[in-house]
Structure formats: C-alpha cells, structure tokens
Design a protein around this ligand. Sequence first.
Ligand code: NAP
Length: 208
Amino acid sequence: MKIAILGATGNVGTRLTDEALQRGHLVTALARSAESLPARAGLTTKNIDVNQPAALAQAFAGHDVVISSLKFLNNDPRRIIDAVKATGQAAGNSTRLLVVGGAGSLFGTPGVQIVDTPDFPAAYKSEALAGREFLNTLKGEAELDWTFLSPSALLLPGERTGKFRLGQDDLLIDATGKSSISIEDYAIAMIDEAETPRHTRKRFTVGY
Ligand SMILES: NC(=O)c1ccc[n+]([C@@H]2O[C@H](COP(=O)([O-])OP(=O)(O)OC[C@H]3O[C@@H](n4cnc5c(N)ncnc54)[C@H](OP(=O)(O)O)[C@@H]3O)[C@@H](O)[C@H]2O)c1
C-alpha cells in the first residue's frame, strides 16, 4: 500500500513509519522537517506545513491511506479533512483518513468521558479537548472514509509485543488497574487497520 504519514517525525509518527516500512509498504513521511529522517527503502520524505492546504492535498495524492499523527491543539481539523477530501475528489475515489487520537474522549464510566473527570491531568486537558473536537468533526462528516484510533491513557515508548486488546468507546484497563499501550503496539493496531479496514467511520481503542 501507499501510506502518507503526516507528523512522521513525531513520537507516534516515527513508530507508525517504522511499522509500515517493516511490513513492506511505501511510506511518504510528511512534516515540516520530514527530510531530516534517515533514508530507508520504501520511504519518501517531504517537508510540508499543515497550514498549506493546496500543497497538503497534493502531497496526499496517489496514496491509499493518509494517517495524521499531529497534535490536536491549534490544529484545525478542517485543514486535514478538506485536503483528504480534495485528494479523493481529484482522483475520483475516496482516500481514507486514519487519525492518531487521544484517550480523553474515551468513556471511563457510562456517559462520562475521562477528559471531563476531576482527576484528568490539567497538563493534557487542552490537547484532550481539542482531540475530542477533532473526533466530533469527523463524526459530522457525511462521506469521508475515516477512522480515529484512541490510545489508552498511557501511550509511551516501549516494547513491540503484538499482544493487546481492541475496544470501542470505553477506556481499556488491564488486570492491574492500569490503562496503557506502548507506542510500538499502538503502531501495530494502526497499520493493521490501514491494511484491513475494520473500523470505518468509527473510533476504536487499543490497550493491554
Ligand atoms: N494517551 C494519549 O491520549 C496520548 C498520549 C500521547 C500522544 N497522544 C496523541 O498522539 C498524537 C501524536 O502525538 P506525538 O506525541 O507523536 O506528537 P509530536 O511528537 O509532537 O509529533 C507531532 C508531529 O507533527 C509535526 N508537525 C507539527 N506541526 C506541524 C505543522 N504545522 N505542519 C506539519 N507537521 C507538523 C511534527 O513535525 P515537525 O515539527 O517536523 O513539523 C511531528 O512530526 C497527538 O494527537 C496526541 O494528542 C495521545
């Protein structure tokens, strides 16, 4: 597959790029400093700013899937969504958009998203609220082929185990009461979804 990864130089984006390349996909890494990434077979890099709509749509052209791994704060969802739609329209098809999500919009108890609970860390609140807004914008899209993958509460570099659970809208908690996933395992779940769409026009989550 041809996969464009926006934010490919970031914490999550680098692991998504590694996972996709390891599986033999052709990856276009996009970020303002993408050209700083080391050269590898199957990898093309292109420096781009998300605030350049025409260039963004052009950069997405020819890819089966676009994965966005940008921070949500100060990032208008419309820029990415409209660029993906423009790309699909120009090609006469529907380019898929997969979004690296946040955990804040997951439900910890029925009807309560964790970002709205008093214990939610203040340092992550603005980013989590912006992530929820992004998800809500996707839900309002009539035709876009989108998927939003929320990590568990802790998303940190770690091991690539391949052993994890998938869920829908509820926060996953392991047997020790912890909600976590390594970025490496998160990347497996995301590239699995890119290869085999199982959560079209839905949010899902991954955790131990
Ligand atoms: N548990 C959780 O809920 C949790 C935990 C961690 C992360 N996350 C989510 O995961 C996502 C990715 O986070 P991360 O930690 O990987 O972020 P990050 O390391 O800050 O990476 C952000 C990426 O976006 C690129 N970027 C920033 N501004 C850009 C612009 N104007 N145009 C083009 N590219 C731009 C950066 O590269 P350049 O600077 O080169 O442009 C970089 O590649 C976020 O949505 C975050 O909310 C969720």
